[in-house]
Ligand binder design. Structure first.
Ligand code: PEP
Ligand code: MN
Length: 370
């Protein structure tokens, strides 16, 4: 993933409605709006949960396959308004096109969410950004489904160009082949890199869509707090077993209360959080380098195996006896190590180990080892 220069976005900062002095700010509510009774019962439960200030519900659901529950549509926005009146909680819902933006604003939704399946599509994001020209509403942009930082940043920039300054990023993990045990792999380093590029951006963790299961909600939420995130989003339903979508990851309001109580607040300073992000990036870089080293070792093993198949070289095949040739090779390697500023002793130990591993196979192939 390439890194863009520091973004020049001017954001709401202290004025943002997406951050509160008491971190984390918590957004909670069902994956989908299902009925007025479900919305109200869940919201009344959430109203009692310390820390929850925003109620969310999916009104239109982007489902992988047709035939699954697609959301209740506009009627859900009426229920959302009732929730706001009855509980005083602010409200949030996902919007994925112009007409959804207009309907959500008409019904007084306080915070708009751009879903992961929308962030991947610059046409749709632009359409939403155009519909928001001249409107002051906080917007949280989820990461795209695939781990592409530029796409995430690009969506934020499109909204910012339309005049939206109260912007936040919501990290919901990435769809990868190796996501287990998560539903969506967190790949924390991508979110931290975005934060480095846009330091004033409110950063949220959608623990539910990263975790995909109740047992992982706590460790994922704690990690987000340790990394200095401003907010959390957790899906909550008064009766998760009966939920029409994402039943396996939703928790009851009382369970959310216990979860939030169990989290340890982050006492780390902003500077430490920044250092943590850099550390995370460097660790990732080392992991990638180790992968490359392993791939090189594998290639070397294959070539030495081929060499071994030739058997012991005769005087006509090789001008130098093998031990002499090896001494010259090693001398050359040590010279290169010296030039590159790498400890010669370290390089010598590694290559002697590599060499003796080769010699064992080699001798075996000559039929001399036993
Ligand atoms: C959701 O928040 O319910 C949702 C559909 O999320 P995402 O866009 O992360 O898939
Ligand atoms: Mn969901």
């Amino acid at each position: 993933m390439s890194t863009a220069a520091h973004s020049s976005m001017k954001l709401a900062g202290q004025e943002s409605q997406l951050v509160s002095k008491k971190r984390p700010m918590v957004i909670a509510g069902p994956c989908s709006a299902e009925s007025e009774q479900q919305m109200l019962q869940t919201a009344l439960g959430l109203q009692k949960v310390k820390g929850v200030t925003v109620f969310r519900a999916g009104i239109w659901k982007p489902r992988t396959r047709p035939g699954s529950f697609q959301g209740v549509g506009t009627i859900g926005l009426e229920w959302m308004r009732t929730v706001k009146q009855e509980t005083g909680l602010r409200t949030a819902c996902e919007v994925a096109n112009t007409s959804q933006v207009e309907l959500a604003l008409q019904h007084g939704v306080d915070i708009l969410l751009i879903g992961a399946h929308t962030t991947v599509n610059p046409f749709l994001v632009q359409e939403i950004a155009d519909a928001l020209k001249g409107v002051q509403v906080p917007v949280l942009v989820k990461n795209p489904v695939n781990p592409d930082l530029q796409l995430w940043l690009g969506a934020l920039e499109r909204l910012h160009h339309s005049g939206i300054t109260d912007l936040g990023a919501m990290h919901r993990g990435f769809s990868t082949l190796d996501s287990a045990p998560y539903r969506n792999h967190p790949k924390w380093e991508h979110a931290l890199e975005l934060r480095q590029l846009v330091p004033d951006l409110a950063m949220y963790c959608d623990a539910s869509h990263i975790a995909g299961r109740r047992s992982l909600l706590r460790p994922v939420s704690q990690r987000a707090l340790d990394l200095g995130y401003d907010g959390l989003m957790v899906e909550s339903h008064h009766n998760p077993a009966a939920a029409l979508s994402d039943a396996q990851q939703q928790i009851m309001p009382q369970e959310l209360h216990m979860l939030l109580q169990a989290l340890k607040p982050n006492k780390t300073s902003a500077e430490k959080v920044k250092q943590g992000a850099q550390l995370e990036k460097l660790r990732k870089e080392i992991e990638l380098l180790d992968d490359e080293l392993l791939a090189l070792m594998s290639r070397r093993t294959k070539v030495t195996a081929e060499l071994g198949n030739f058997g012991k070289p005769t005087a006509e095949q090789s001008a130098l006896p093998d031990p002499v040739r090896w001494d010259l090779v090693l001398e050359n390697l040590l010279h290169q190590a010296n030039t590159a500023g790498i400890d010669q002793g370290f390089v010598k130990t590694i290559f002697q180990e590599v060499r003796s591993q080769y010699a064992r196979t080699h001798l075996y192939n000559y039929g001399l080892s036993s």
